[in-house]
Write a protein that binds this ligand. Sequence first.
Ligand SMILES: O=C(O)CCC(=O)C1=CC=C[C@@H](O)[C@@H]1C(=O)O
Ligand SMILES: [Mg+2]
Length: 368
Amino acid sequence: MKITEVTIRHLKMRLKHPFTTSFGTIQDKEFLLLEAKDESGRIGWGESVAFEAPWYNEETMKSTWYILEDFLIPIILNKEILHPDEVSESFQGIRKNCMAKSTIEGAIWDIYAQTQNQSLMEVLGGTKEKIEVGISIGIQPTMEQQVAVVEKAIKDGYKRIKVKIKPGWDINVMRTLREHFPDVPMMADANSAYTLEDIELLKQLDEFNLTMIEQPLAYDDIIDHAALQKQLKTPVCLDESIHSLEDTRKAIELGACGVINIKIGRVGGISEAKRIHDYCEEHGIPVWCGGMLESGIGRAHNIALTTLSNFVMPGDTAGSSHYWEQDIIEPEVVVENGYITVPQQVGIGYKPNLEAINRYTVSSRVYR
Ligand SMILES: O=C(O)CCC(=O)C1=CC=C[C@@H](O)[C@@H]1C(=O)O
Ligand SMILES: [Mg+2]
């Protein structure tokens, strides 16, 4: 295939409920959608998971646009591509900027699946008809609201509840939630809000029988997490610190984690995500698919990836209606009793809803 045209759109979608973590609150999700067209007119879609501001990692919506426009699109346009794995190889001369790389790589995987007349799941080698899903719940204004939101998520059937913690909103929250819901699979995500000086506090989390504690220490750290993991019974899960297969190898060799959260955007695309998945499988480290409050396009990629065999823990893949009044795909992503049925259609399996996409679009640009 040859990519002959790329369109980048800046979208703004209002979340039904503000999402609060240890580093801030998001109400309006602004992000980029990328539409790639090949010489036969096939269209593939990718989503940039970079936020407006660099608080999760260093990338932003604008930085991904700039890197795509000045560096990545020129590498890809009108070049013969036999397999999407070639895309990440051709980006090797550009350091980091994983979310920018993943935006266009995802669209190329979509087109590649269409050239094979297969679903994205099939070309990735996934096998599941249904995937088990969990939900990520932001920090609520009061403890009563936190309990109520968790209760609703449990009633909705989610298989695992993830809550956000931060200093001052940690042991008290987990204790209250455990009093109300003693047996529900539950985990905590700190988004790097602690340091090794907090080790006594973090050790107290062991009493709540959590499936894991996600990224308690610095966003770029592996070494301190290894020291922490040695003193905790609860498995540590790395999110922010893992950008590549190499990071994964180092984290596992050091004993920095018992679980890895794979986010396609954070690791530079589906090819690298699959390599990390395979390496973790060989080394007995379970993985699950993280979320970045994606629209349906990014979510479709996450669902296909989750069909790989070592995604043995529920991901942060709530249904479309949890986030949006109207999503930008048809049908929308539906969660039933904690499962999403994986679409079998060719490509990403969901149809982009162009009417909704246009309604949410703030600006766009075409590259030929
Ligand atoms: O529902 C989702 O898409 C997951 C949301 C979620 O937990 C996260 C989204 C964005 C940044 C982080 O706060 C975070 C995470 O760290 O996993
Ligand atoms: Mg996280």
